[in-house]
Design a protein around this ligand. Sequence first.
Ligand code: ADP
Ligand code: ASP
Ligand code: MG
Length: 437
Amino acid sequence: MKIMKFGGTSVGNPDRLKALIPLINDGQEKIVVLSAMAGTTNSLVEISDLLHADNINEASTKIDELKSKYIKVVEELFSTEKYKESGHELINSHFEYIRNFTLRVFTTLQEKAILAQGELLSTSLFHLLLQERNIKSTLLPALNFMRIDKDGEPDSFYIKENIIRELKNHTPENIIITQGFICRNAYGEIDNLKRGGSDFSASLIGAAIDASEIQIWTDINGIHNNDPRYVENTRVIRELSFDEAAELAYFGAKILHPSSVNPAHEKNIPVWLKNTMEPEDIGTLITSESTREDYKAVAAKDGIAVLRIRSDRMLMAYGFLRKIFEIFEAYKTPIDMITTSEVCVSITIDDCQYLDKIIKDLKELGTVEVEENQTIVCVVGDFRTERTGSAPEIFEALNTIPLKMISYGGSPNSLSLLIDSSNKVEALRLLSKHLFN
Ligand code: ADP
Ligand code: ASP
Ligand code: MG
């Protein structure tokens, strides 16, 4: 069975939704994972922010605005009165549900329930569209099988057991449609896999059912060698290994959710990245094999904080790093990059939720300096330790940009650098110019 995931732009308007039909209706068994229509999750975030701020009037206006968009969608999506009517009923019930949150105390739990409406709407509308076209399909609620544990990590065992049980009840020839992004947490409450999480849903579902392949359909012909939003003349990379793709995704290539490669990698399931606007283009294939190239791609991850811990007690001492790591562990904060010298340790994190508490605890060990608004730039290529000559080209390319940290030798596939976020775009352009052109 194949998994086909369509992102926000691919389901972004009635024409796009209709254009999915020839892509999925090929007689093969598949699970279709849909994101919310482009812009919807952002609007739902704005509505939630207003409700958190107790700004009920503005929240209600935004709810009305979003609802009118969907009313238009229904009018253009369906061609028969019967289905237009069902579409309007569907929209009314979702927006009534959202509006109910303006009447009571608003918590993060309710925010998660609001954010889930985007994927619930897109999948229900698409399911109705297939019914109108007499194409057999089953709507499989992701909330019945997708689940994260107490630490926010996917509960693979639960997901596998439950999706397999759910699939037993469905007619084999039907196209199965389910929601990306949304899940339940360890307490059964509605939650999500974080922004961009539909890719992760597709990969988790693929791994749970041992899919033959996972296709991620988006608005670009696969993974490019640099971020096309900032750099001109980027090129598609046709083949990547799981490790290379995981590194690019983790270090900021927006096309893939940071964790989405791992479940596919564990089960060795090939992942295709394809463009819904140009389905004939072959796209990018991610597998366990890949041809090595000096430089394959560059990505950047913003919102990084660097903490520099200095302590003379560290000199010749052992166990010091353990004490530092324990502090990050206590606050469940992953470390991205680390460099050490005799008396200093520099550490970067991207989750700054507990930054103040972490700094307070680190101060027990030495002096602490913090800089926020940092960016990690990651160059993916051939960085096996026996090779010579690749690092100098990168440093030469970036010789006008202050480098705050360098991580080399941690992975055979990548070299990472820390720079000020204000230098990001320039750094990405310089790297493209020197490494790829
Ligand atoms: P979807 O809504 O389909 O999930 P996303 O917006 O999440 O799509 O991801 C696709 C976008 O990622 C592209 O339009 C592109 O602007 C951006 N992007 C950033 N880095 C890369 C890259 N290295 N290769 C391709 N696209 C990238
Ligand atoms: N709709 C969610 C978001 O916008 C998930 C996704 O599109 O992958 O973040
Ligand atoms: Mg995405």
